[in-house]
Ligand binder design. Sequence first.
Ligand code: MSP
Length: 511
Amino acid sequence: MGKKYYITTPLYYVNSPLTIGGAYTTIVADVLARYQRLRGKEVFFLTGSDEHGQKIKKAAEEEGISPQELADRVVGTFLELWEMLEITNDDFIRTTEPRHEKVVEEVFRRLVKKGDIYWGSYEGWYCTPCETFLLDSQLSEGLCPQCGRPVEKLVEDNYFFRFSRYQKLLEEHFRNNPDFVRPPSRYREMLNRLKEGLNDISVSRAISWGVPVPGKEEQGIWVWFDALLNYISAPNSLTPGGEEEIWPADIHLMAKDIVWFHSLLWPAMLMALDLPLPRTVYAHGWWTMGGEKISKSKGAAYARDVVEEFGPDPLRYFMLREIPLGLDGDFSFEALAVRYRSDLANDLGNLLQRSLSMIKKYRKGRLPASGEDPAGKVILEEIASFWPRYHREMEDLKFSQVLEGIWSFIHRANRYIEESKPWRLYREDRESGRLDGVLFTLVAILLHSASWVQPFMPGTAEKICRQIQPSSPIVPAFSQAEANPSGVVRSGQLIGKIEPLFPILFSEKKE
Ligand code: MSP
């Protein structure tokens, strides 16, 4: 068996439930995972929770509970959210699990033995919200350059990772792999950071909430050093050829603020461990609200509230359609409601309802034969030639572009109804085969669209197919739809119950 296609999200901090920002990365990963599975690949999709460190300890103290209690409670909200969003992760790793802690300790031991981790003294700053060590020169007007919050002075003895030793090897890797970090703007940014030179970095602290340093229990392993290792602890890949051949990751997904950890520090750790590097580190942009990054501390746009109001598929669709992966985007309930009404309820929902109502009325509810309609034939040819483009763009993570392409078929189909006027064909030209041709083409567009949108909106894809052909309500498989575009329509079958795909929103009913 070949290696599994391995996709990861960051491990989310358990200081509070997730906003739509955190949900975004997991939705993107899920779309990619579903797509790869539909292409026949075996996938290992990993997400999880980052539970150690000062930030979590502080959040727990503020609530007067233990960090473990806080983690247990908040992880419950993550799992619930993933279920609500129909996320198909294959594993969920918590950094407080023994299977993870064991690997962290083992790595620490190995690197101490190898001389890649050594005891030294640190004098500098620490940003608790970002869990990062900062030098004087890195501060921005005395504040954390990343989050703009106050930093804390640290003077202590701790363990260092010999990061500088991997400078040359990393430079070489960047040179030989221009797709190692994507999009290209992030690659250039990271290459510049690398060229500034790597300093050895503290990897332990005199803290109590972390994996204890083996043999020096009063020191806790730095939370980032601990958390990054989840990518090999979950699939049990510390020993090459271990239980399952999963490592290296095909893609690490995350937002741009933590790409440094994934594209420089993590690869250096892997080099120290003699493990292969991930194939791609992909950094997407930030979701903002009113221009400011959505973050838990500002308390806005909890993902759960949005899913409760709109349902999983509209949020999944909106987030992938609204901005190309890699760019920032502003979130608002209004913008989501606009997409819901126009793209989903109006364009797609109405197309289904109109098409099926005509089949009910003009063909007694039976799916038509392929018929004879010249314009319909052209559309079917275009569907066939869209398939290779669909795959190219999906492989390239151009999700927003793919959705635009799919919607151009949906718009086209709505126009096609106006232009071919099936109601007139029914009155005047019932038997020539044109009416069947039009209705058949509409059903074909809908079934191919269901296939295309399946990774984005799995529930919607199924609903479409269930209404069209309830006796074989299966979303057409990529390979079959692609090989024989007309073959997706089960002519002669009775259609199902016609129901709105995207009902009027609760908030609109109130108006
Ligand atoms: N625990 C670290 C990651 C360790 S990975 C070994 C961490 N956690 S976090 O809870 O702060 O989540 C960070 C991730 O959440 C970001 O990288 C991004 O994937 C996602 N996002 C959180 N807020 C976001 C936005 N406002 N916009 C886009 N993504 C956001 O950092």
